[in-house]
Design a protein around this ligand. Structure first.
Ligand code: 48F
Length: 258
């Protein structure tokens, strides 16, 4: 069969455009494709919710690829093992209660399962702002990451969504924008971002789950963003809290959406 470069180009442009157009109105927009965001997207899409994930970088996976200090193994605790079992990521028991998984296998498998469940991924796209109506976030303002990195003055586009999952990790970027631009209190004790604290894995893993909730009308925080929003510790390369947080945020939103 003869191959035509123009057909290849048209296939990419038309298919991508259709995918993006279909995601202009969403049930849930996930900001950041780290482990918590990808797990959230998997459960949301599996429940039939129209879900898109916007990820600034070329690759999904956030901080999971590098395990701990580039030793590409992750640790998860007993309580989170069932999530990796369900997703098909293989684990090995290291000591009672501690399991390891290959971080590359974990990222690839979780990402694949989220796609197959129906979540749409838009890598190379950054969330730079939110859309607001009467003190509720109703959408995301997105732009090519390349526009941001090259410092070009190009206006963004907007997607409407019922709920936003803020899973941008340590920099908690979406909540930062809300705090900076919207003259309203956040659902935190001080009404502002409480900020991330130093390393304390045991406390952090518990608080990640507790902090996985609505931090501003329409915006749920999960993963490391949850602890940065509500003022808790970091946990380093134990990833059970990230996975459980992704599952919890999905079930909270599924319940709200009905
Ligand atoms: O940082 P990240 O992996 O977030 P997470 O799901 O997991 C945290 C762990 O990796 C680790 C840890 C616990 O074990 O402490 O750090 O909470 O992934 C966040 C993703 O969001 C993207 C970023 O590139 C990364 O892939 N991101 C950040 N800001 C934006 C964004 C933005 N404004 N728009 C789009 N993507």
């Amino acid at each position: 069969m003869a191959l035509d470069e123009i057909t290849i180009s048209r296939a990419i442009i038309e298919t991508y455009t259709r995918k993006l157009l279909d995601c202009l109105e969403l049930d849930v927009a996930v900001c950041g494709a780290g482990p918590s965001g990808m797990v959230a997207a998997y459960y949301l899409a599996r429940a039939g919710k129209k879900t898109a994930v916007f990820e600034r970088k070329l690759s999904v996976g956030g901080g999971m690829w590098g395990g701990g200090m580039m030793f590409n193994e992750i640790v998860i605790q007993e309580e989170a093992k069932e999530i990796l079992d369900e997703l098909g990521v293989r684990t090995r028991e290291y000591e009672p209660g501690y399991y390891t998984a290959d971080s590359v296998e974990a990222v690839c498998t979780i990402g694949s399962k989220a796609c197959l469940a129906g979540a749409r991924f838009f890598n190379l796209v950054s969330v730079e702002d939110v859309m607001i109506r009467e003190n509720r976030v109703t959408g995301l303002v997105i732009n090519w990451s390349a526009v941001d990195t090259s410092g070009l003055h190009v206006d963004p586009l907007t997607v409407r969504t019922n709920y936003v999952v803020e899973s941008t990790g340590h920099p908690v970027e979406v909540m930062q924008v809300i705090q900076r631009k919207i003259d309203a209190l956040l659902n935190t004790p001080s009404g502002s971002l409480e900020g991330e604290k130093s390393m304390w894995a045991e406390k952090a893993e518990i608080s990640t789950l507790e902090n996985t909730r609505e931090a501003f009308p329409g915006v749920y925080v999960c993963g490391m963003s949850a602890n940065a929003t509500f003022g808790s510790f970091r946990m380093g390369p134990i990833f059970g809290g990230m996975l459980m947080s992704g599952r919890k945020v999905a079930s909270s939103i599924i319940e709200k959406l009905g």
